[in-house]
Each structure stands twice: as structure tokens, then as C-alpha cells.
Design a protein around this ligand. Structure first.
Ligand SMILES: [Zn+2]
Length: 72
């Protein structure tokens, strides 16, 4: 993918997946993914939306694709 081994986030996009709350109290959560994550679904975000979403307390970054690493 990237022979130099350094992160290349140019042109990268992210997705925000909505996850219903299993307790059913009406508050769902969001999970952030990189665009190339194996987990399907979600609406597309740009970098600005990524940073906003990471600040939201009901949104968590995916543990597989680690989109929070892109926002550093
Ligand atoms: Zn993911």
C-alpha cells in the first residue's frame, strides 16, 4: 500500500457509522472508520468533520482502523 511506511492521509476520507443503543433508551452511538475499513456502512466525512466527530462524547473511533490516528 505505502512502501515508505509513513502514514499517507492525503485524500483519505472517513465514515461515521450509526450504532443503535442496545439499551433502547433512544440514544445511539457513532463509530468512526477510515474509508478503507473492513467494517461497512456509514456516511462519508471530510477531515473537518472527522475532528468534530472525535470531540463528540457519543462517538468512538473504530479499534480496527484507528481513525483517531489520522487526526493527530
Ligand atoms: Zn473501522
Amino acid at each position: 500500500m505505502n512502501p515508505s511506511g509513513t502514514p499517507n492521509t492525503r485524500g483519505l476520507r472517513w465514515r461515521l457509522q450509526s450504532v443503535p443503543d442496545p439499551s433502547g433508551d433512544g440514544y445511539g452511538r457513532g463509530v468512526l472508520h477510515r474509508g478503507d475499513c473492513d467494517v461497512p456502512g456509514g456516511g462519508w466525512l471530510g477531515r473537518r468533520e472527522l475532528e468534530i466527530a472525535l470531540d463528540m462524547e457519543n462517538v468512538t473511533p473504530c479499534r480496527r482502523c484507528r481513525p483517531d490516528q489520522d487526526a493527530l
